[in-house]
Design a protein around this ligand. Sequence first.
Ligand code: BEZ
Length: 222
Amino acid sequence: MATKEPIRLGSKAQGFVADSSKGEIDFEKFAADSWVVLFSHPQDFTPVCTTELGAFAKLEPEFTKRGVKLLGLSADSTKSHEGWIKDIAEVTGGQVNFPIIADYDRKVANLYDMIDYQDPTNIDHDELPLTIRSVFFIDPKFKIRTIISYPASTGRNASEVLRVIDSLQASDKYKIATPVDWLPGQDVIVANSVKDPQAKELFPDFRTIKHYLRYTTLPQEA
Ligand code: BEZ
């Protein structure tokens, strides 16, 4: 029997067609040449999910500036999503303009291994498991670049999701890595693969703290 490939950093993001709050989505057409943040919520009209969706809705313009499309997922119908989106706006002031997949059959949740296997209370009215809070960062070549998994009981940090995008995009553009708690505009670390002679060419002002820890400043983006 063929075993399913595990989803890892570097795996190809699997395509799918699904209903959503913005009509049918063909994932590959939706993504086109953009980055996509695909993130699951257990269920509509639940408290933590409502606060998360409001936060992502408010940050959406920042994702758009970075060429990133948001794509939510919850195991309820499009009709339910429509009502919930109104509630989210009322409660948080965030207007959800990105699509939320209506994954009532868990098709996408199964494809991306989002099903909750550890919280017996995270189930729907038919006692079917809902999803955990997964986040998949998918680059324009459909490669999965980062995966974050939170349990249903822990709301995510929307700013952290944006920070990961900033780190991924900066390390794609320059031979660098980003240190703990890094934010755009702060110093970055020269990649270990870059030896000092090349570092002098790429980052003339780099500073050596230890031979394995060299900081530099990136040009400020417009
Ligand atoms: C919530 O969003 O509050 C939630 C949803 C499912 C399980 C637990 C919490």
